[in-house]
Design a protein around this ligand. Structure first.
Ligand SMILES: Cc1cc2nc3c(=O)[nH]c(=O)nc-3n(C[C@H](O)[C@H](O)[C@H](O)COP(=O)(O)OP(=O)(O)OC[C@H]3O[C@@H](n4cnc5c(N)ncnc54)[C@H](O)[C@@H]3O)c2cc1C
Length: 335
């Protein structure tokens, strides 16, 4: 039996702690409970918004209709494949996979949020993305209440993108990942490699456990703690540029850091560099500010609201456009 709360405050359900309400809120712990709440909303003819741990959303208003918080548990191992419920915590799953001698997720250590949201933006860090490990997933169509199986290809993954960002009528209920029993690691990402070398670890011989520890330490050093300084991680996506656009930008910024993708000849450019170069790092407007630790992270201090935050992000994007002619894209979901 599901519990539906009316006019429920979402303050505890979003990293920025903005105090907006859900008209109908329900936390589901199984596919059956999900069916039940979806039926309830379909019968009332009201829309549904999906919520994981709320680490990558910006609430700008009260939500009319239903808010379904996905808390479906489940961790199963079948040889080198794992089946995970969408409500599991991502970082706990990474640590659990390592405890079970299943490797491949170590570069994605300490990314906040739930398993179910991980494919939505194809979470990635330190040279790896979840899309390279995902075999398939199960999802409920919240418009028809049908459970479907989707292959990796059908998810249409790309950099911080998937079909789930474009079509928000699919609720992921579980995912299947293929991991490795071989302790092979990817330490090619520059800052990870340098960290290991500084720690007297040969990057070519590092173990997955050492990579997990290194990634965790780097993240703790460079990112503000969202529980102390409310933030959603990167507020803007990094840029993926074709050669012509990249060369134009490089002319204006000779030190522009970049990662060339040999497969499609595109260049990934860290937006933090552009924001910092434009003088925004540490800048404050009212009760919102750009982190002093990381220029891509916007922080909403006590007394702030979503209007102030959206205004700051727009002013930054406009300034970067005027200086570089590139358009920034917001990474979190704006509700
Ligand atoms: C400090 C910090 C660092 C971060 N670092 C990284 C990083 O290195 N790399 C990276 O990729 N991300 C990073 N993020 C972003 C965030 O961790 C991921 O986007 C994460 O997957 C969000 O999970 P969540 O459960 O909190 O999702 P939510 O914030 O609850 O939701 C995010 C989106 O997913 C949808 N959604 C949630 N659950 C489901 C579901 N079961 N089915 C379908 N749609 C769903 C929501 O509707 C919403 O559109 C960081 C965030 C923070 C705060």
């Amino acid at each position: 039996m599901i519990e539906i709360k009316q006019n429920h405050s979402l303050k505890e359900q979003n990293n920025f702690r903005f105090d907006h309400k859900a008209e109908f809120f329900c936390e589901v712990h199984s596919v059956e409970e999900s069916h039940e709440f979806i039926d309830y909303c379909l019968n009332k003819n009201i829309p549904i918004k999906l919520l994981g741990d709320g680490t990558n959303i910006v609430l700008t208003r009260d939500i009319e209709g239903g808010v379904l918080k996905v808390s479906i548990p489940g961790r199963n191992i079948n040889r080198n494949e794992v089946n995970l419920g969408a409500g599991e915590n991502w970082n706990e799953v990474v640590l659990w996979s390592l405890e079970n001698q299943l490797f491949g997720l170590e570069n994605l250590s300490l990314i906040p949020g739930s398993v179910g949201a991980a494919p939505v933006q194809n979470i990635g860090a330190y040279g790896e993305e979840i899309s390279s490990k995902l075999v398939s997933l199960e999802a409920l169509n919240i418009k028809t209440n049908e459970l479907i199986l989707m292959t990796n290809k059908e998810c249409k993954f790309s950099y911080r993108e998937s079909i789930f960002k474009k079509k928000d009528d699919l609720m992921i209920t579980s995912i299947k990942l293929k991991l490795s029993k071989e302790p092979k690691v990817n330490t090619s990402y520059k800052s990870l490699k340098n960290f290991l070398i500084k720690d007297d670890i040969n990057p070519n011989r590092a173990t997955p456990y050492q990579v997990c520890r290194a990634v965790t330490s780097i993240r703790n050093q460079i990112l503000p703690d969202f529980k102390v300084e409310p933030n959603v991680g990167s507020f803007f996506k990094n840029l993926i540029l074709d050669e012509k656009t990249f060369n134009k930008l490089k002319k204006k910024n000779v030190d522009l850091p970049n990662f060339k993708n040999p497969k499609d000849l595109t260049y990934k450019v860290p937006v933090a560099f552009l924001i910092e170069n434009a003088g925004w790092k540490g800048k404050k407007q009212g009760n919102v500010r750009v982190s002093e630790k990381h220029a891509l992270v916007l922080i909403a201090d006590k007394g702030s609201n979503s209007e102030q935050l959206i205004k700051l992000s727009s002013v930054i994007a406009k300034d970067i456009y005027e200086k570089t002619q590139v358009e920034l894209e917001v990474e979190p979901k704006i509700f």
